[in-house]
Design a protein around this ligand. Structure first.
Ligand code: PEP
Length: 241
């Protein structure tokens, strides 16, 4: 299965900073060992689209509504992302779930809509520390996948990002053993649901010095990277493992 290295820029980088980043990153991108995808913030998407034209580097939005247009103040249109040349939409990131109240039913509508447009949803799932410590990880992931994929099309592209909430932006990376065990569980849940061809990315404090150990684990098909993707050199090192 091809590897995918995705960058979640959250609410960082203006259009100018986005152009400057890509001027540098394009020089380093030749060493990537898989597909490279960027999720800039909404206002910088057009700058990313212009900077990446004519390259094989993909990009998408961090969130989009499940309708193409209408009276939905503050939302993003996946149709416009498609028109600008984007390929992916990130859906259900833990910050969307915890800070903006997104639940699994909304996630399911977004996954289905994005697939229907011919874009690839990158569905994020993950347990909190409390859920892990009370041995609920499998059940939480199973519920998020069951509900989040309830309206998804098994014949269309899908990528899943497993991101333990306690490892996102905390510097506390999951151990290779935890990643191996949980990715094997995620794969078995996806298989039972008929989505076994979906690549499974790991996310949570991935850095150049831990990426090589994590990529070797079973059913790890790439990474979703936050903090370490903001600098061209560190993200290109991660994408070269
Ligand atoms: C993320 O934002 O999806 C993420 C994994 O962030 P970080 O790499 O900074 O933990």
């Amino acid at each position: 299965m091809k590897k995918i290295f995705a960058a979640n820029w959250k609410l960082f980088k203006s259009p100018k900073e986005t152009r400057e980043f890509f001027a540098q990153f394009k020089e380093l991108a030749g060493k990537a060992t898989g597909e490279v995808v960027f999720f800039p913030s909404a206002i910088s998407l057009e700058a990313a689209s212009e900077s990446l034209k004519g390259t094989s580097i993909k990009w998408g939005a961090q969130n989009a509504y499940f309708q193409a247009q209408g009276a939905f103040t503050g939302e993003n249109s996946a149709q416009v992302v498609k028109d600008l040349g984007g390929s992916y939409i990130l859906i259900g990131h833990s910050e969307r779930r915890s800070l903006f109240g997104e639940g699994d039913a909304l996630v399911a509508d977004k996954v289905a809509f994005v697939q229907g447009l011919g874009l690839t949803p990158m569905l994020c799932i993950g347990e909190t520390l409390q859920e892990r410590e009370s041995a609920k990880t499998f059940r939480v992931l199973e519920t998020q996948l069951n509900l989040g994929l309830a309206k998804a099309d098994k014949t269309k592209p899908l990528v899943v990002a497993y991101e333990p909430v306690w490892a996102i932006g905390t510097g506390k990376v999951a151990t290779p053993e935890q990643v191996a065990e949980t990715h094997t569980d995620v794969y078995s849940i996806l298989k039972a649901l008929g989505f076994e061809s979906a690549p499974i990315l790991y996310g949570g404090s991935v850095k150049p010095d831990n990426a090589a150990g994590l990529i070797k684990q079973p059913h790890v098909n790439g990474f979703l990277v936050g903090g370490a993707s903001l600098e061209a050199k560190s993200f290109s090192e991660i994408a070269s493992v």
